[in-house]
Write a protein that binds this ligand. Structure first.
Ligand code: SF4
Length: 405
């Protein structure tokens, strides 16, 4: 039986591929209407990823055309000492895992200077919850970045870190945010909640803040005038319903505050975690999460495929499955290790590599700043990286528990 045309711009072969079971959703996406919780679950479970991906690509191109954004950034993970012991985390110092460290301000300065020849526009800084760090450390951390790179945008501290910073500051959150902003904080990276589900919270990260507390921090950030980014860690024990519920909660919060710019689904890396028997999400699942996010989060301008978590290869494909951003050059990243290799923190794509993978995927690369303003394009010559300063682990060989946190 011939299908009724649901979108004049949609070729007949696409309508056939989309099929009757996606007809309602397809019509609503074409009309720019908001999808329901039930439709979100349907999108996660629909067997034809290409059909769902086609709809996500329609929205992606409606919002961002052929552009694919990247940023020249540097990540700094200032401490891996953490007293939250999240079961999904391989980053924090523990027996059989990474040695504990906390970067001194001089070491932060050295890391920044190691890439001083690269015109980085953003420094992304997050770490563990190290209760030995005083409030002044966080203020000085921000001031150090701004002193080495005066014009850079500093995206730092997840909500769980901010709750800790508030604890050591002993002041209201609004006041703490205002002082951090005066010291150099420009935006918040999201993270710190993983999936907004009380069940997952109880099973995987019960020492960390819950959804309600995370939302309170997000609202405080909006009141302070801070831009924020949002994430979801998927591929561990969460259900499709919990994924969709997380997206709907973010969508409602964005309706209220309007301060989120980008959503990034983060692919779980089980290596070195307490739940490493859970298999790594497949490329199929990585694409599925981008696609559903693009279709559900109608009030988010950007969906990011973080190439470190998703691999450059999946990220290329993702540019046709809802994603319009690939994150950045990164340089060093310690939350997950390249190929699961502990201690290998050098994870970098140069600007040329970034542009090449985007062009090969058939998209137009656009260097952006943290707020998606295009950066005047100057293709740098391939720089040689200075050797990274060696960071001495503190209390080497001890676990976080042994050093009494
Ligand atoms: S995810 Fe964050 S809060 Fe949890 S253990 Fe790892 S570093 Fe600590």
């Amino acid at each position: 039986m011939a299908l009724t045309t649901i979108n004049p711009a949609m070729p007949a072969w696409v309508e056939r591929r989309i099929g009757d079971d996606l007809r309602d959703i397809s019509e609503r996406v074409s009309a720019g209407e908001r999808l329901s919780f039930e439709e979100g679950v349907q999108l996660y479970r629909h067997p034809n990823l290409n059909a769902v991906g086609y709809l996500a690509n329609m929205v992606r191109e409606r919002k961002q055309g052929n552009k694919a954004y990247y940023v020249r950034n540097q990540h700094i993970n200032y401490t891996n000492i953490c007293n939250k012991f999240c079961k999904f985390c391989s980053f924090y110092a523990k027996k059989g895992g990474p040695d504990p460290y906390t970067l001194s301000l001089e070491e932060v300065r050295a890391r920044l200077l190691a890439h001083k020849d690269v015109p980085i526009t953003e420094v992304h800084m997050v770490g563990g919850i190290n209760p030995r760090l005083p409030y002044q450390y966080y203020l000085d951390l921000l001031k150090t970045v701004k002193s080495v790179r005066p014009g850079v945008h500093v995206k730092a501290f997840t909500a769980v870190e901010l709750v800790e910073i508030q604890r050591v500051a002993g002041k209201p959150m609004d006041e703490v945010l205002s002082e951090l902003m005066a010291a150099g904080l420009d935006s918040l990276p999201g993270g710190g909640i993983e999936v907004m589900s009380d069940r997952v919270h109880a099973e995987l990260f019960d020492r960390k803040i819950n959804s309600r507390e995370w939302m309170e921090v997000a609202r405080a950030a909006a009141r302070a005038g801070l831009t924020m980014y949002a994430t979801m860690l998927y591929g561990h024990i969460e259900t499709d319903e919990e994924r969709v519920d997380h997206l709907v909660k973010l969508r409602e919060l964005q309706d209220e505050t309007g301060h989120f710019v980008t959503f990034t689904p983060l692919s779980f890396h089980p290596e070195g975690t307490e739940i490493e028997d859970i298999p790594h999400p497949t490329g199929y699942d990585d694409l599925r999460n981008l696609v559903v996010a693009r279709l559900m989060l109608d009030n988010f301008d950007h969906i990011k495929s973080f190439w470190i978590m998703n691999s450059p290869e999946i990220t290329q494909i993702s540019l046709w499955y809802g994603a319009d951003d690939v994150d950045g050059t990164v340089h060093e990243y310690e939350i997950t290790y390249q190929d699961g290799e502990q201690g290998n923190k050098r994870q970098v794509l140069t600007q040329r590599q970034m542009e090449a993978i985007i062009r090969e995927a058939g998209r137009e690369p656009v260097e952006r700043d943290s707020l998606y303003h295009p950066v005047k394009k100057v293709i740098e010559k391939e720089h040689l990286f200075m050797p990274l300063p060696v960071i001495q682990p503190v209390d080497s060989g001890q676990t976080t528990q042994q050093i009494g946190l």
